[in-house]
Design a protein around this ligand. Structure first.
Ligand SMILES: Cc1cc2nc3c(=O)[nH]c(=O)nc-3n(C[C@H](O)[C@H](O)[C@H](O)COP(=O)(O)OP(=O)(O)OC[C@H]3O[C@@H](n4cnc5c(N)ncnc54)[C@H](O)[C@@H]3O)c2cc1C
Length: 497
């Protein structure tokens, strides 16, 4: 332990949330903070990580990722998570959205004090340095995360036609899709990129040279944790897969929505009957891994004439839709491309945002194996709700902006307005937004300070803790969770700077 520090904190997982949490906790010189990351450090980022226009290369496998599959009723989905310092923020599409006020107000109404919109909005603002909106009621200009919206000269041809065509057929063109008052609408994604248009992961933004040189901060990469040690109802440290044991006053899991629950299950925190199947002694009988959420949906396939153009990230423009006209509940996202015989092929994925369906994370073939992950089912009203998105796409196909680039549906052209069109598209394939959350939720598994019920000295602070999935992209929510858990822990331990 470093000189002067009185408490040893182990942060397990140097990903999106873990990098934020470790940086913030180590601001308190009374805490000796060790960040344990299973993958390599961020010196391993290569150009395809830092250049958003090359993100598809990362998705094709140029970065270490988790390897488990998500089973779904519509087919298996390879579950992606970054296995490197910065975690999934090193491979995501950099879309920097917060979700809707109602999402967080529902958390507060469920008894989670401190997690309502009026609470979390201040954290979102404090985390960002927004180059477009700066210091304004909804935005900040002094946080660690640089944020700006993709510029028109960076747009791909399809994103430009999507933005213009949707506005042309009557969808509201929002200039800030983080402003709830401007939705539903079509708009440009804010992205966590710097002035030179390079990706900024949470490790680059928060684990600065100054943080890495702190006496009370230790970063260990290639340090995969196997489980948490729990004695007499208290976490005492962790065991690495190498067999090394580390002692701690407190352990915080930030291994992401698939691996934080896996670590808890291996440690005896989970559904008693499931643990018994593996001969694991139960330390706390809790519904760990039982309530996973994600945003899922089908795609419509298109091509347009010419090359894809642009040099921004894969997700630049999005239709933020509301099937009942007011409550945001789906995204329509133009994605992917291949250039083929003078044309560019792409898809528009329609992701359902509000769904009570729950998937699961369980131990796999053995305690040490990859977890068994089941995606949440698509809800019964999927056809009704996403048909709203399909009708918007049908209208967009007829817009002058789409016709100007000769947008055509690929394969068997489908009448997107016909009954059953959504289900037919799902039968062709299902897509995950990779927004897995809620596997160790506050409420049932954790208290409102993210402490594991019934176990002292053990918390979770990543996408797993969200009681319900926000109706937006999840990465910024993980930053917010880590910032707020750090504040709570620093308040509990008392600040010593
Ligand atoms: C392809 C893709 C695109 C996405 N695009 C977007 C987007 O544009 N916008 C958005 O908001 N969201 C996006 N998401 C989702 C978003 O990035 C995630 O919700 C978020 O980053 C999760 O953060 P986390 O801290 O919970 O986990 P992670 O960032 O995944 O961090 C977990 C960390 O824990 C480490 N770890 C795991 N197990 C262990 C262990 N046993 N020991 C030690 N370390 C361990 C991992 O290596 C990793 O570094 C995307 C996700 C994917 C996969």
């Amino acid at each position: 332990m470093s000189k002067g520090a009185t408490k040893n904190i182990l942060v397990v997982g140097g990903g999106t949330a873990g990098a934020v949490l470790a940086a913030r906790l180590s601001e308190n010189s009374g805490l000796a903070v060790t960040l344990l990351e299973a993958g390599p450090g961020d010196e391993a980022y290569h150009a395809s990580v830092l250049e958003p226009g090359r993100t598809y290369e990362v998705w094709a496998g140029t970065l270490p990722t988790a390897t488990c599959n998500m089973a779904s009723e519509w087919g298996d989905i390879p579950a992606r998570q970054g296995r490197i310092l910065g975690g999934t923020s090193a491979l995501n599409a950099s879309a920097t959205l917060r979700g809707q006020p109602a999402d967080y107000n529902a958390w507060k109404s469920a008894g989670l004090d401190g997690w309502g919109w009026d609470d979390v909005i201040n954290t979102f603002i404090a985390a960002e340095r927004d180059a477009d909106f700066g210091s304004s009621p909804l935005h900040g200009n002094s946080g660690p995360l640089p944020v700006r919206r993709w510029r028109r000269d960076e747009f791909t041809v399809k994103h430009k036609a999507f933005m213009d065509g949707m506005a042309e057929v009557g969808v509201h063109a929002a200039n800030d899709i983080n402003d709830p008052a401007q939705l539903p609408g079509v708009g440009v994604f804010p992205a966590t990129i710097d002035e030179q248009s390079r990706r900024v992961t949470t490790s680059l933004a928060y684990l600065t040279e100054e943080v890495r040189s702190r006496q009370n901060f230790t970063l260990r990469t290639q340090a995969e944790v196997h489980r948490v040690c729990i004695e007499n109802g208290r976490a005492t440290g962790v065991i690495l897969t190498s067999g090394e044991e580390l002692q701690a006053d407190e352990v915080v899991l930030t291994a992401g929505a698939l691996y934080s629950p896996t670590l808890l299950l291996r440690s005896g925190v989970g559904p008693g009957a499931h643990l018994a199947d593996y001969g694991i002694a139960v330390q706390a009988d809790l519904p760990v891994g039982a309530t996973m959420s994600d945003h899922l949906g089908p795609a419509v396939y298109y091509s347009h004439e010419g090359a894809q153009g642009g040099n921004g990230g894969p997700a630049q423009v999005v239709l933020v839709g509301a099937s009942n006209g007011t409550n945001v509940d789906y995204h329509g996202l133009p994605l992917h491309w291949t250039e083929n015989e003078g044309r560019t092929e792409f898809q528009v994925v329609t992701f359902l945002l509000r769904s009570s369906g729950r998937g699961s994370v369980r131990l796999g073939e053995s305690i040490d194996a990859e977890p068994n992950v089941v995606a949440p089912p698509m809800p019964d009203d999927t056809e009704v709700r996403l048909s709203h998105a399909f009708r918007a796409l049908a209208a967009w196909e007829q817009s002058a902006a789409a016709r100007a680039i000769d947008v055509r549906q690929l394969g068997e052209p489908r009448d997107l307005t016909a009954a059953g069109a959504v289900t037919a598209a799902l039968e062709q394939g299902i897509f995950s937004y990779f927004h897995m959350t809620s596997t160790c939720p506050m409420g049932t598994v954790l208290d409102a300070d993210c402490r594991v019920h019934g176990i002292d000295g053990l918390r979770v602070a990543d996408a797993s803790v969200m009681p319900t999935i926000p109706s937006g992209n999840t990465y910024l929510g993980c930053v917010m969770v880590a910032e707020r858990v750090a504040q709570k822990m620093k308040a509990e331990y008392g600040s010593q700077n």
